[in-house]
Design a binder for this molecule. Structure first.
Ligand code: AMP
Ligand code: ZN
Length: 466
């Protein structure tokens, strides 16, 4: 089965065909860095990390870009509140964001471009829109002329008339039409600003992504992602900006995750029910939160509660226990050159089940069912008195392969006990005596991996920890 992706633009699951074979250009809208991120923000961060990891596991080379909005109204207000400069505020919360997501096992993006590093590209983009008559200047501001872009509304499936109803009429006589949106904002006195053909000002929100996508990935990309609230207006505006300039589709697949709720309520400032990731990971293992996030399909809402976290914790513990037990038994397992083909077949079937589910629009909850099937098989095997290293290794390899995508196994290097090391050294000596070089090497590799070094001395083998 080939990979199918639900495309917000067409409202269908479509076969994934990258622009260039074996490569994926992917952009996910990142945070405005004026605060610590909350658990809701964790959903797109974790989900799109899994998308990226899965594509990599399928041998795609993924260029994964996610930006930082390091200047906007919220940034300016917060900097004032804290009496720091906007760049200082940004630096603090960019570092905090990177720390938080790294605790969640999120791999580094290929690049994290910032608005303030791309002002010239943004100005050039706006100038191109003005040049093509898709944008107009009005007293130092520049606006996008939405009724000039025939496709405006195609992503969120609305037309301009419908959009007019939804719009709060602002007392702003600078706009030709209420649904026009700002590309460049004239600076108020004292505000951070850059010089431009329209005077001192700063970019509107939407334009940064159009400029950065084009600069870092090109005119058309494969996947553009974010939370579903970004569909309109943010992504709709990105499309209008980019496609007006390039005349080409901005992205072939638009992906949006549903929201995370808390105790069945929307997370919101007014309810005061927001939880920061950095507070949460003091209380629960980050892997549990990650597992919980993946326990629902990304297009379904997910409810955060003590109960659902407890369930996630119990379920993950079953996987981790099986993994630890496999590794523990491997240390003393006997060798066997033959692996029962029934086991290899069963493992292949489980691996296929996992891939099929991930290929079905990244169905992580069903893919996790495949992981549990593997755990069940492993536990059954571990009940045997004599286990074979080769079989254990197959189970371990398969779990690790799943985990390359999911990232839910504990990252803490589990230390070997002294007795286990000594037993392994005895096993290795015996393996060498019986000229079983493969087994001897395997044991040495395992020990090296655990930071244990062996030294042959006239008195026998000595070992030390790194
Ligand atoms: P914001 O902090 O609102 O700028 O959001 C940053 C990212 O987090 C965007 O992709 C949002 O769609 C996403 N997001 C914000 N709140 C939630 C939530 N409760 N559940 C899932 N995603 C969210
Ligand atoms: Zn964006």
């Amino acid at each position: 089965m080939t990979l199918k992706v639900y495309n917000t633009l067409t409202r269908k699951k479509e076969e994934f065909i990258p622009l260039e074979p074996g490569k994926v250009k992917m952009y996910v809208c990142g945070p405005t860095v004026y605060n610590y991120i909350h658990i809701g923000n964790g959903r797109p961060v974790i989900f799109f990390d899994v998308v990226r990891r899965y594509l990599e596991s399928q041998q795609y080379e993924v260029n994964y870009i996610t930006n930082f909005t390091d200047v906007d109204d919220k940034m300016i207000r917060k900097a004032e509140e804290l009496a720091v400069s906007v760049p200082e505020l940004a630096e603090t919360f960019i570092q905090a964001f990177l720390e938080d997501i790294s605790k969640l096992g999120v791999h580094d993006a290929s690049m994290n471009p910032r608005v303030t590093e791309n002002i010239q590209e943004i100005i050039d983009f706006i100038a191109a829109l003005v040049e093509k008559d898709f944008a107009y200047e009005a007293r130092g501001d520049v606006y996008y002329r939405t009724n000039k872009f025939a496709d405006y509304g195609k992503l969120s499936n609305q037309n301009l008339e419908e959009l007019q109803y939804g719009i709060r009429i602002e007392v702003d006589d600078r706009k030709e039409n209420p649904q026009d949106f700002v590309l460049w904002k004239a600076a108020k006195p004292g505000e951070i600003s850059w010089d431009s053909p329209w005077g001192h000002g700063r970019p509107g929100w939407h334009i940064e992504c159009s400029a950065m996508v084009r600069k870092y990935l090109g005119e058309t990309i494969d996947i553009h992602g974010g939370g579903f609230d970004l569909t309109f207006p943010h992504h709709e505006c990105e499309i209008a900006q980019t496609e007006a300039v390039t005349g080409k589709p901005m992205a072939n697949y638009w992906m949006h995750n549903a929201f995370l709720n808390i105790d069945n309520e929307k997370m919101s400032k007014s309810l005061g029910n927001g939880i920061l990731i950095r507070d949460l990971v003091q209380q629960i293992k980050p892997e549990v939160f990650r597992f919980f996030m993946l326990s629902a399909h990304y297009r379904n809402p997910l409810n955060f509660s003590d109960e659902s976290l407890k369930q996630a914790s119990n379920a993950l513990e079953r996987i981790q226990n099986a993994y630890d037990n496999l590794k523990y038994r491997l240390a003393t397992a006997s060798d066997s050159s033959e692996v029962d083909p029934a086991i290899t077949d069963r493992l292949a079937a489980i691996a296929k089940q996992f891939t099929d589910k991930m290929n079905d629009d990244f169905n992580t909850p069903d893919a996790i069912t495949a992981v549990f099937d593997l755990v069940a098989e492993a536990n059954l095997y571990l009940q045997q008195e004599r286990v074979h290293a080769g079989v254990l290794q197959l189970f371990i390899d398969q779990l690790q392969a799943f985990d390359q995508t999911l990232g839910i196994l504990s990252q803490q290097a589990d230390e070997l006990l002294d007795e286990e090391i000594e037993q392994l050294i005895v096993d290795r000596t015996e393996a060498r005596k019986s000229k079983n070089w493969a087994r001897a090497d395997e044991i040495r590799d395992l020990l090296t991996e655990k930071g244990i070094f062996l030294e042959d001395t006239p008195q026998g083998i000595r070992w030390r920890r790194k």
